[in-house]
Design a protein around this ligand. Structure first.
Ligand SMILES: NC(=O)c1ccc[n+]([C@@H]2O[C@H](COP(=O)([O-])OP(=O)(O)OC[C@H]3O[C@@H](n4cnc5c(N)ncnc54)[C@H](O)[C@@H]3O)[C@@H](O)[C@H]2O)c1
Length: 444
C-alpha cells in the first residue's frame, strides 16, 4: 500500500482547514471500494484548482446530482478563492485540503479530478485508483513514459473508470472528422500534418529566484521534482516550459492534436520511430527550457505524422494557427476545434476534382461533453471517450519527440514490448523519472 497509516498520521499536521481528520473512518485496505457504486448522486473532488482543474470541475457541476465535496491545492490563496466562488453560486463549501493524500482518505468521494501540473498527475491518480475512486486526469497523461505505463497498470489493476482530459475525443467537430474519414472518400491517408503556433509558447518573462508566496507549500508543489529555489516563472501556468514539470508546446498541444491522427487509425500505441529537430530563439528576457521551434516525425509503418510548432507565432497553414491536415489520395481534410473542411485533389486526366469540396462544417467542442461522458461511465462502468491506453499512447509519443532532442539522439526507435528505445542508451535514461525522496514510483 502506498499510503501507510504512519505516513498518514505524520501528514495530518499539514492539513489545512479540513477539520475532517477526526471524522475519517479507519484506514482502508488496498483496492477497497470506499463507497458503493454511485447511483443518483456523484461526489467529486478536485486536486489542483487554479485554472483547468476548476474549469473541468465546473463542467462536472452542470450535471444534475454531481456534488463537489472536497478540493485540494498547495496554494491556500487559490484554494480559498475557488471555494468562495462555489459558495457564491450557493453550492455547499467543500472540505479543503493542502495534501491530496489527506483528501483521498475522505470516504464519500466517488471521483477525483486531477488538475495539477503534469509532474503531479501520476501519484494522485494512482493513489486515487488504489482508494477505489474513479479519476478524470488532465492531459498529457504524465510527465514521463514510465509514469504513463504505471497509470495504465493502476487503472486496470484497480478496475477504475479513468477519463484522460483529451476532450477533443468528445467533440462534435472531431467526431465528424472521424466519421468522414471512415467513409473512405478521401482515399488512403498515409500522411497527417499537424501544427501548433502559439504566442504563449515563448514562456514567461525571466524572474529572479525568491521566497514562495505566503500560503504556498512549495515543497509539495515540487513533490517528486528536483529541489530548487522558488521562482515565479516556474510556478502557476508557466511551469509547462520547464522539463521538471512539463514538456512545452510538444506535450501541451501535441497530445490534443496528435491524438486525432491516432484516433483516425484507432492506434493505441506509441510510434515505431520518431525523428525530431528543435531550437530556442535567442531571447535573453525569457525563461524556459522547452523548444520554441520544433518539428517531429512520428512513424507508424506506412502512416506518417508530422508535427511542428512555432512559439511566439499565431498564424499557420490554411489560415489557422493550429490544425490537423489529413492528406488523402483524393483530397486533404483540414480541421481545428471549431470546424473541418475538405480541399479536393485535381485529376489531370479527367480535368476535374477527384472529390467534392466540402465545408467548413462547424460543431461543438468537447469541453462540456467530455466530463459528462466521464460521469455517465462512472454509472455504466463503460469505457470513457478517452481511455487510459489512448492517453498513454499519445503522451508517450510526445515525450519521445522531446526525448529525441533532450538526449541528442534525434532519431529514435521504440520497442513497445520492452518499453524502451532500441537504439539509444542516452534516450533510455529519460524513460523512468528520478523521483525526489521521499516520493517514489508505485510498484504495481
Ligand atoms: N484539456 C485541456 O484543454 C487543458 C487546458 C489547460 C490545461 N490542461 C492541463 O491541466 C493541468 C493543469 O494546468 P493549468 O493550466 O490549470 O495549471 P495551473 O498552474 O494554472 O494550475 C495548477 C494548480 O495545481 C496546483 N498544484 C500543484 N501541485 C499540487 C499538488 N501537489 N496538489 C494539489 N495542487 C497542486 C497549483 O497550485 C495550481 O493551483 C495540466 O496538466 C495541463 O496540461 C489541460
Amino acid at each position: 500500500m502506498v499510503i501507510s497509516r504512519r505516513r498518514f498520521i505524520s501528514r495530518s499536521q499539514h492539513m489545512l482547514f479540513s477539520g475532517a481528520v477526526a471524522a475519517h473512518a479507519p484506514f482502508v485496505l488496498p483496492g477497497f471500494k470506499s463507497r458503493p457504486a454511485p447511483s443518483d448522486q456523484i461526489n467529486v473532488a478536485l486536486i489542483g484548482c487554479n485554472n483547468r482543474g476548476f474549469h473541468v470541475l465546473q463542467q462536472h457541476l452542470k450535471v444534475e446530482g454531481v456534488n463537489c465535496v472536497a478540493m485540494c491545492d498547495i496554494d491556500r490563496n487559490v484554494l480559498e478563492k475557488r471555494s468562495s466562488e462555489l459558495q457564491e453560486k450557493s453550492l455547499p463549501k467543500p472540505t479543503l485540503y493542502e495534501d491530496f493524500r489527506d483528501l483521498l482518505e475522505q470516504k464519500d468521494i466517488d471521483a477525483v479530478i486531477v488538475g495539477t501540473p503534469d509532474h503531479w498527475h501520476c501519484l494522485p491518480m494512482i493513489y486515487a485508483c488504489e482508494m477505489g475512486k474513479d479519476v478524470y486526469v488532465e492531459k498529457p497523461l504524465a510527465n514521463s513514459i514510465e509514469e504513463c505505463n504505471l497509470m495504465v497498470k493502476a487503472t486496470r489493476k484497480y478496475n477504475r473508470i479513468v477519463q484522460v482530459g483529451q476532450q477533443q475525443r468528445s467533440s462534435e467537430v472531431w467526431q465528424g472528422v472521424m466519421d468522414f474519414l471512415k467513409k473512405g472518400d478521401l482515399g488512403t491517408v498515409q500522411k497527417v500534418d499537424i501544427w501548433g503556433n502559439f504566442n504563449y509558447g515563448l514562456g514567461p518573462v525571466k524572474q529572479p529566484d525568491g521566497e514562495a508566496p505566503e500560503g504556498v507549500n512549495y515543497d509539495l508543489f515540487l513533490g517528486p521534482a528536483p529541489a530548487r529555489p522558488f521562482n515565479g516563472a516556474r510556478f502557476h501556468g508557466t511551469w509547462r516550459f520547464f522539463w521538471d514539470y512539463g514538456g512545452g508546446l510538444m506535450t501541451d498541444w501535441g497530445v490534443h492534436l496528435l491524438d486525432m491522427a491516432l484516433w483516425a487509425r484507432d492506434l493505441k500505441r506509441p510510434p515505431d520511430k520518431v525523428v525530431a529537430q528543435g531550437y530556442q530563439y535567442d531571447l535573453s528576457d525569457r525563461s524556459r527550457e522547452t523548444h520554441d521551434v520544433m518539428t517531429a516525425l512520428f512513424s507508424y509503418g506506412n502512416y506518417l505524422i508530422q508535427w511542428e510548432h512555432n512559439a511566439g507565432k499565431q498564424v499557420g497553414p490554411y489560415d489557422r494557427n493550429y490544425g490537423v491536415a489529413f492528406i488523402g489520395e483524393n483530397g486533404t481534410l483540414v480541421a481545428d476545434r471549431g470546424k473541418w473542411e475538405v480541399f479536393p485533389e485535381w485529376d489531370g486526366a479527367k480535368k476535374e476534382n477527384k472529390m467534392e469540396k466540402m465545408g467548413p462544417v462547424k460543431g461543438q467542442h468537447g469541453h462540456e461533453k467530455h466530463p459528462a461522458n466521464f460521469l455517465e461511465c462512472i454509472k455504466s462502468r463503460n469505457e470513457p471517450a478517452c481511455t487510459i491506453e489512448e492517453g498513454r499512447a499519445v503522451a508517450v509519443a510526445a515525450h519521445m519527440a522531446n526525448i529525441a532532442l533532450r538526449s541528442g539522439a534525434l532519431n529514435l526507435e521504440w520497442d513497445e514490448s520492452k518499453n524502451r528505445f532500441s537504439n539509444s542508451k542516452m534516450a533510455n535514461k529519460f524513460v523512468v523519472p528520478d523521483y525526489r525522496k521521499p516520493w517514489s514510483l508505485p510498484k504495481l
